[in-house]
Design a protein. Structure first.
Length: 463
């Protein structure tokens, strides 16, 4: 657990309010109390308030004008759109600062380097990959934030160690002073527009990762990210490196014809073929290139970086190979919670038996059209079934209503195994929902874990 004592002792002795008691804020409450803070916490769901030593009291009844130092808000709490949470509105009227756990980590003045990763897709894979590379190369890296452990539950690395933090747009909106030493923006596509309103506002939230001095590694493969790259390059307060898997770029890192090139410190140099089994697909070329650029910025040598990268075990719930049965691969891509993320899985495989559905997001399956020729059959689950079926009918894609994940896996398994000898060859069963999980599961992790458990029980006998 991160020690916040010095920071808490520097405050005026006022109480600290905590709103929303999910994973990150439960860690924040524990760290604040251990540091001696007087914490009053609240969550609109009564069951989330259990098991904490903090005073549990409805913050709507508190005096924010005089009694409180700041409000720690969970990233999921709406600040503006679709409407601010009433307690956020109350805090704003009182002029109370609103922050998140990552800002608290920064205010601990820990003195370690930080690497922050954001973007619409690929954040978790890139974050885990950077942590793996650094640890394999002898630099102690603690990985957390929006992935794995909450930031304040991490063990402090040694002085020459590094925090590697996945940072969502919601978290960045709650970081008024923190920006990492090395910031990475992987891509931008429509997502969370119910919270941000427009793509410009969404991009502005992501761009907060580049405030102040340091290094910026920014994709130039989509218009929104490229716009941020050009703006920051003109400002000149960070050393900015472009990242591309579509174009050669003489100033950064790029992938051409499946080969990684570096041009960060001179003319382009060929580094390595991108043939890493646990990082399939062009989208993973982007993740790997970003991780490479971050590791180089830390000071590691190319050969050491690539050797470490080739031992990366892969990330659970992100195109993770759960099992292979009679040549049919069963892939857990539960973290694909929007169409753009699911497209990255579909483009990586042929003859896909696709399990899709859950709680749909704005836009549905829009953008997946070019990859429908990769799909042999779709098994629909959850609240999105009717919406997705109508979309699939329009494109003539065979599908059926499975309703639950267990039925979908069973049906996909039977069909994939029975069609192994047909034209097109052995297929791949892919859970890539293009939806949030909250209709049937608590999280995408729970959804992915259930997929793995179901797949583990499947018979290897010919069906």
């Amino acid at each position: 657990m991160i020690n916040l004592t010095k920071y808490i002792q520097s405050l005026s002795g006022k109480k600290i309010a905590v709103l929303g008691l999910g994973v990150s804020n439960r860690a924040a409450v524990r760290a604040l109390i251990k540091a001696g803070a007087d914490v009053v916490a609240w969550d609109d769901l009564a069951q989330n308030c259990e098991g904490l030593d903090a005073t549990i009291r409805n913050l709507m009844d508190e005096n924010f004008e005089t009694d409180y130092e700041f409000l720690v808000a969970a990233p999921g709490i709406p600040l503006t759109l679709p409407a601010p949470h009433p307690i956020v509105e109350k805090a704003n009227k009182a002029g109370l600062e609103i922050i998140c756990d990552l800002e608290l980590l920064h205010r601990a003045s820990h003195g370690r380097k930080t690497i922050g990763i954001t973007g619409t897709n690929g954040k978790s894979t890139t974050t885990a990959l950077i942590g793996h590379i650094l640890n394999e190369c002898g630099i102690t890296a603690k990985v957390g934030g929006n992935i794995g452990k909450a930031a304040l539950d991490l063990v402090m690395p040694p002085k020459d160690g590094v925090f590697v933090l996945e940072m969502s747009s919601f978290q960045l909106d709650l970081c008024p002073t923190f920006a990492p030493d090395i910031g990475i923006l992987l891509n931008l596509s429509p997502d969370h527009l119910d919270r941000h309103g427009t793509m410009d506002a969404y991009g502005a939230a992501k761009a907060r990762i580049f405030r102040g001095e340091g290094v910026g590694i920014i994709s130039v493969d989509d218009n929104h990210s490229e716009k941020i790259y050009e703006q920051l390059k003109d400002l000149g307060h960070r050393t900015i490196y472009p990242l591309s898997v579509n174009n050669e770029d003489k100033d950064g890192v790029f992938v051409k014809n499946g080969v990684l090139f570096e041009a960060m410190y001179g003319d382009p140099v060929e580094i390595s073929e991108m043939d890493i089994a646990t990082l399939p697909g062009v989208h993973n070329h982007q993740n790997a290139a970003a991780a490479y650029a971050a590791a180089r910025s830390i000071g590691l040598e190319p050969q050491a970086i690539m050797a470490a990268m080739k031992t990366f075990p892969g990330l659970q719930h992100r195109q993770f190979l759960s099992r292979t049965i009679n040549g049919v691969a069963y892939v857990n891509d539960s973290k694909a919670t929007n169409a753009n993320a699911a497209a990255r899985a579909l483009v990586s495989y042929r003859n896909v038996y696709w399990i899709a559905g859950g709680r749909p997001k704005d836009g549905g399956l829009k953008g997946i059209e070019p990859y429908m020729d990769h799909v042999r059959h779709v098994f629909l689950i959850g609240e999105a079934m009717d919406e997705f079926a109508s979309w699939l009918d329009k494109y003539g894609v065979p599908h059926e209503f499975s309703r639950t994940l267990e039925r979908a896996v069973d049906s996909a398994h039977r069909m994939a195994q029975s069609e192994r000898g047909q034209p097109g060859g052995t297929g791949t069963v892919v859970l890539s929902p293009a939806c949030a999980s909250f209709d049937q599961f608590k999280s995408f992790e729970e959804r992915g874990d259930e997929f793995n458990a179901i797949v583990a029980k499947l018979s290897e006998d010919d069906l």
